[in-house]
Ligand binder design. Structure first.
Ligand SMILES: C[S@@+](CC[C@H](N)C(=O)[O-])C[C@H]1O[C@@H](n2cnc3c(N)ncnc32)[C@H](O)[C@@H]1O
Length: 259
């Protein structure tokens, strides 16, 4: 059965996801929900954060998967297509069971934010909490889709990330943003200890592929588990990154018919 294994996440994806306008697929939300659940099981505690929250479709899927004491942060200018977006986002959260004390939102251009702003918004270090527990364990980068902006978003995410955390990049290989992957390649060349853990394939042109990035030491904690859990979605040929192959998950794995 294709599910994240977290009942709150799966209920939201089944009943609420399509009621919130957005550009991420239910397929990707399910796999990311699974990764967030597995992080908890492995003792990787911390917050989730997103650049480009829009109405909150993917944000709510990540946030309802958090453990007690962890918080979700949504960053957006919240003014597109109009200023009503801020209230609409909060109303979706309330309607879909995300309590106000479990998340925070910043209405800003992310370029005006520094790592300290992220830490402050997430509540800083709480008494008795591990230092890594105040970090972000799962970032979703889905804001300005320019090469320069993605590199800046990656720098902000890296500066606030749990050492075993995950960075999820949206709209990779999207026909409308072909050069985003150039930024990813440039960043990976500067971070030789990082890997693409998985490519999560598209559902549609408006629900495009995502890449999951993490430190190379984190890959073994998730790689085999993703292939085993999502066996029916696993495209076994894998994705070639010159020095290694990574997992590819797709709604309908197949190779082209040649006869
Ligand atoms: C593609 S939408 C996000 C979709 C959403 N994550 C989802 O999965 O449904 C992109 C969002 O990024 C926001 N955005 C773009 N550039 C931004 C910036 N520099 N700072 C903050 N938000 C930005 C836009 O306002 C828009 O709401």
């Amino acid at each position: 059965m294709f599910c994240s294994g977290n009942p709150a996440v799966d209920r939201y994806i089944a009943e609420g996801y399509e009621t919130v306008r957005g550009m991420s697929s239910a397929f990707a939300a399910t796999i990311c929900g699974h990764v967030i659940r597995r992080q908890s099981e492995l003792g990787i505690a911390g917050h989730i954060a997103e650049i480009g929250t829009f109405e909150g479709r993917f944000f709510i899927a990540m946030a309802v998967g958090l453990a007690p004491g962890e918080r979700a942060l949504g960053i957006d200018t919240f003014n597109w297509p109009n200023e009503g977006l801020w209230d609409l986002f909060h109303s979706h959260c309330a309607r879909l069971g995300l309590a106000r004390d479990r998340y925070t939102a910043i209405k800003a251009n992310v370029r005006d934010l520094a790592p300290a702003d992220i830490a402050k918004a997430l509540g800083g270090q709480q008494p008795g909490q591990e230092a890594s527990g105040q970090k972000v364990r799962f970032w979703h980068l889905d804001g300005d889709h320019s090469r320069v902006a993605l590199l800046a978003d990656l720098a902000l995410a890296e500066a606030t990330l749990h050492p075993q955390g995950m960075i999820c990049l949206d709209d990779m290989l999207h026909p409308g943003y072909p050069l985003l992957v150039v930024a990813v390649h440039e960043w990976l060349e500067r971070h030789p200890d990082w890997r693409v853990l998985a490519v999560i394939d598209r559902e549609d042109i408006v629900a495009a592929a995502k890449f999951l990035l993490c430190h190379k030491d984190v890959v073994p904690l998730f790689e085999q588990d993703l292939m085993d859990t999502f066996k029916a979605q696993h495209w076994v040929l894998g994705s070639e990154w010159e020095r290694y192959f990574c997992v590819v998950l797709t709604p309908h794995p197949r190779i082209a018919q040649v006869d």
